[in-house]
Design a protein around this ligand. Structure first.
Ligand code: ATP
Ligand code: MG
Length: 562
């Protein structure tokens, strides 16, 4: 599954060394722990690939664990979507784990901390807690409730659990050090009252454990050996270790931090993606312009391309912003091998071939892939009426335009050489049809007299092609850093990120193609049938195709032009 050019990274070195030292008896257990409060994005793919690849590489295992300790924001739809996204990426996880399955044991651990004098019920309000906490430059102050007796703490915590108090009235806090230079160690809250039903535990609880308490203990209960997380948790590591040091847990996992993935021209944060969706800047979480795994899948990204991208960017401790061009080039490399070639005309211009018999339909054989004969051939039909691309004709073409123009000859891919003899215009002067002749001696595309014809263009048979809408996508943001100069990223949205073309004409073989299946429209890019739009019924409803990516990186060139 991993590609060969993956470099050994620092986390892999740490794990290797641990195995050599027989730490954890040589076992490797990792986990991917999403909070089910949104859909996964490509940043999560980095963490998924890292955790599963490390487990696979060292014959260990990787758990998918839902970090579902905040019922206010978590939903079953997210749980379902996350599972299918991890599967789609190509990883096996067996039965998923849920932090909520540990609520009883987490509660018992909290009681144990109280009994050891290491946790207390605090009755300061949220604002007071903030005020007492101090700042990065000033130490905090002890809460006046810090020295409550163990009995009183046990009683109050039990009554919090029974629902006797309102939200915010009391919290349970770890008793660590209000003077610590690390704010995370200044008596962090470990339980709070939250009168919200939980998707999995229903009304059983009205107190819920906080992230920092839940996470390390869930890791320990699952026998995780290496707890890999992004850099923002570095300052939480002392707390992670402190909690495990106080309690008698099955093991003490090692937390190792790595840099998050950032990509230019997009945003990777559930909160920001949520804003794009909720303010209707995009069409739902699976909009093909979004970096969500659902959106990318709908756009036509393959799991192989995403995994390869994650391999290539590697894992480090240094933050960086990766070029979207790299992601797209991984995609092109994969689709180039995988996608059969077909023909589609996005902006059709009708051609009538004057000297072609009226009622003849010929069958032509076309290769599905120029380099891979195993992908076979298909039959194209040819007739007197075809469509070509409007852009492949110029009425007054410059010399180097090797396509159609009055009196010019071109090759129709897999078919014949044709010459444009006349141009039909509507009353506004717009070209609406070309009259051409074909050379019957050139079937397959070569002239017996050896005359050179430089240009080859794509076409479809007007008599049996299918009508379709095609969506072309551009970068979602105008600037490579959507938050440049502290700008609100919404201001930076590219108004031209979506262009929908109607009346496109596609070759008949695409009639029954399945959604997400990649094809190359020759000369135009890689495309796939949209999984949503095509499920609409109704006879006048055209299928919708998404352009996954262009054949070459035209973006760099375009930018130079503006
Ligand atoms: P977001 O910032 O998008 O809301 P999150 O970190 O809150 O993401 P979680 O559900 O907590 O999302 O993430 C699950 C795991 O995925 C965490 O271990 C987190 O570190 C990792 N992760 C999230 N975003 C990235 C990213 N951009 N690059 C690498 N790992 C990430
Ligand atoms: Mg989070």
């Amino acid at each position: 599954m991993e590609t060969e050019d993956r470099k050994t990274h620092f986390i892999e070195s740490i794990i290797s060394e641990d195995i050599q030292n027989n730490k954890n008896n040589g076992a490797v257990v990792t986990r991917f722990p999403p909070e089910p409060n949104g859909y996964l994005h490509i940043g999560h793919a980095k963490s998924i690939c890292l955790n599963f690849n490390m487990a696979n590489r060292f014959n260990g295992r990787c758990n998918l664990r839902f970090d579902d300790s905040n019922p206010a924001k978590e939903k079953q739809v997210y749980i379902d979507s996350i599972q299918s996204a991890v599967h789609w990426l190509g990883f096996e996880f067996g039965t998923p784990f849920y932090a909520s399955d540990y609520f009883d044991r987490l509660h018992d651990f909290a009681v144990e901390l109280i009994k050891k004098g290491k946790a207390y019920v605090c009755s300061l309000s949220a604002d007071q807690i903030r005020e007492y906490r101090g700042t990065l430059t000033e130490p905090g102050k002890d809460s006046p409730y810090r020295n409550r007796s163990i009995e009183e703490n046990l009683d109050l915590f039990d009554r919090m659990k029974k629902g006797e108090f309102e939200e915010g009235e009391h919290t349970l806090r770890a008793k660590i050090d209000m003077q610590s230079p690390n704010i995370n160690m200044r008596d962090p809250i470990i339980y709070r009252v939250k009168k919200a039903p939980h998707p999995r535990t229903g009304d059983k609880w009205c107190i819920y454990p906080m992230y920092d308490f839940t996470h390390c203990l869930s890791d320990a209960l699952e026998g995780i050996t290496h707890s890999l997380c992004s850099l923002e948790f570095e300052d939480h590591r002392p707390l992670y270790d402190w909690i495990l040091d106080q309690l008698d847990t099955p093991c003490h996992p090692q937390q190792i931090e790595f840099a998050r993935m950032n990509i230019n021209y997009t945003v990777l944060s559930k909160r920001k993606l949520q804003r794009l969706v909720e303010e209707n800047h995009v069409d739902g979480w699976d909009d093909p312009r979004l970096p969500t795994l659902e959106g990318m899948r709908r756009r036509g990204y393959t799991p192989e391309a995403i995994r390869r991208f994650c391999d290539i960017i590697g894992v480090s401790k240094k933050d960086s912003r990766i070029d979207m061009g790299l992601l797209e080039s991984c995609l092109r490399d994969d689709l180039n091998e995988r996608a059969p070639r077909v023909m589609g005309v996005l902006k059709p211009l009708k051609i009538t071939i004057e000297n072609y018999p009226d009622d003849l339909t010929e069958e032509l054989t076309a290769k599905n892939h120029p380099q891979n004969d195993d992908m076979g051939t298909r039959t194209l039909t040819f007739s007197k009426n075809i469509y070509v691309e409007q852009d492949d004709f110029m009425e007054d073409p410059p010399k180097k335009f090797f396509r159609l123009g009055p009196g010019r000859e071109v090759r129709l891919r897999y078919a014949y050489l044709i010459t444009c003899t006349d141009v039909v215009k509507d009353e506004t002067g717009r070209v609406i049809e070309l009259i051409c002749t074909y050379d019957p001696q050139t079937k397959g595309g070569n002239a017996p007299d050896g005359r050179k014809v430089k240009g080859t263009i794509h076409w479809v048979n007007a008599n049996d092609c299918i009508d379709a809408n095609v969506r072309l996508y551009d970068r979602l943001f105008k600037d490579e850093n959507p938050e440049k100069d502290k700008q609100d990223f919404i201001e930076n949205l590219n108004p031209e990120s979506l262009e929908e073309l109607e009346n496109c004409k596609l070759e008949k073989s695409l009639e029954n193609i399945l959604p997400e299946k990649a094809v190359q429209f020759e000369r135009l890019g890689y495309f796939c049938l949209d999984s949503k739009a095509s499920s609409k019924t109704g006879s006048e409803q055209n299928p919708v195709f998404n352009r996954t990516v262009t054949l070459r990186d035209t973006w760099a060139k375009m930018k130079g032009r503006h």
